[in-house]
Design a protein around this ligand. Sequence first.
Ligand SMILES: Cc1cc2nc3c(=O)[nH]c(=O)nc-3n(C[C@H](O)[C@H](O)[C@H](O)COP(=O)(O)OP(=O)(O)OC[C@H]3O[C@@H](n4cnc5c(N)ncnc54)[C@H](O)[C@@H]3O)c2cc1C
Length: 411
Amino acid sequence: MTKRDKRYVIIGNGVAGTTAAETLRKLDPNCGIHMLTNEPYPLYNRVSLPRFLQGVIGEQKVMMHDFAWHEQRAIHLVTESMVTGVATEERVVVTDRGEHLPYDALLVATGGWANPLRVPGAEETKHIYNFVTLDDARTIIARMQESRTAVAYGGSFIAYELCDGFARRKLDTTWIMRGPWWLRTCLDRDGGEVVDTIARKFGVEVIHSDEMEAVVPRHGVPGYVKTKKGHQIQADLIGVGLGISLNTAILEQAPVQVRKGILVNEYLEANVPGVYAAGDVAEFFDPTIVQHHIMGTWDNALAHGRIAGANMAGGHQAYVAVPTYTSPLFDVNIAVIGTAESNNPEVEQIARREPGEKGHENYRKLFFRENKLVGVLMIGSPKGRKKLVEVVKSQQLIETAAEREALLTLK
Ligand SMILES: Cc1cc2nc3c(=O)[nH]c(=O)nc-3n(C[C@H](O)[C@H](O)[C@H](O)COP(=O)(O)OP(=O)(O)OC[C@H]3O[C@@H](n4cnc5c(N)ncnc54)[C@H](O)[C@@H]3O)c2cc1C
């Protein structure tokens, strides 16, 4: 490296960080790239973890890159290294190994840690798991193989993925959620019913509007779970999906603006020169809805990685993609496009429920803001998804009830 070569540091080697590193290498063949992660692995696909958990794919299908991939691109990947702080004035990143890494531009792509279960009995009981990392998946699989009963706890995607994994591995599965239905920030009662029916067909017992009060251990492993409404549910293991807390703590001593996530503009730049954020941890300005928001999806993190890499290398690209999330939902699909917020009073919503394939129902919900389609949620048939993404992207005015109804049935 000559004196004039740029030094880039990337914290986090998920899809956002790794894509940024790859982009930087393409745009700047001589630069130095350091990518740090506390995990022991090169990039793996978190989206594949549920299928690994279910036993549908093996671990090799989860891995995306090996160490050689990084060496070939002269991306210096440092695993099992936790960043503890950033001195933005001196432009230096500090790790728990005592390293001090200087940078010209820094990308924070640290995602989030899963929130643990905090109820009496939980701390002293084994076999209570979050589900975010490859190591989580490995540990849960090992425990599933010696278990008969399981509880999944939570009302969002991760709890559902756990529940699906338990049910497919033929464990007696109970799914407890605090909300009146699954995904309460996007769905409504009707959509919730559609999901419950699918889950019950898979043999899952679903409990709504209830909370875990305590875990009652037997010899250090879960005996049963007690809920506030008086249920007592036997569980050999407990899977917890109670959201994630974004990993912003490393910036506590830095003058970088942080709200829920790291606040960045549409170029993914923070308020401090040379600092960028991408992926789950970025609270980014979205020109489509003229607001900052957070989006915990693979496609969003990947696209952020590309834009952040390009801009760190001297570009000036804005992030204007429509975020999408697609996932299997037991044996159907769910897709979320754009921003689907049921609780936002500024957003108008319409929904439709109709018979679908495999004896299930299709459910579609549309979200409008200032007469523009800003979000879509689809359960069941994915037909029409691509066209709806285009409508969200186009920002066209959709003013009449007939136009809106047409979008509900668009195939
Ligand atoms: C089980 C599961 C299923 C999912 N399914 C889907 C799906 O179907 N569709 C979809 O769109 N999305 C899905 N997601 C979400 C998607 O995987 C994430 O949005 C995406 O992976 C985020 O990528 P990222 O690069 O922003 O962060 P991450 O992948 O979280 O990577 C951040 C990395 O930074 C590391 N790190 C954090 N702090 C530090 C530090 N201080 N020092 C060093 N390293 C640090 C972390 O350990 C981690 O390795 C799923 C997520 C999970 C967990």
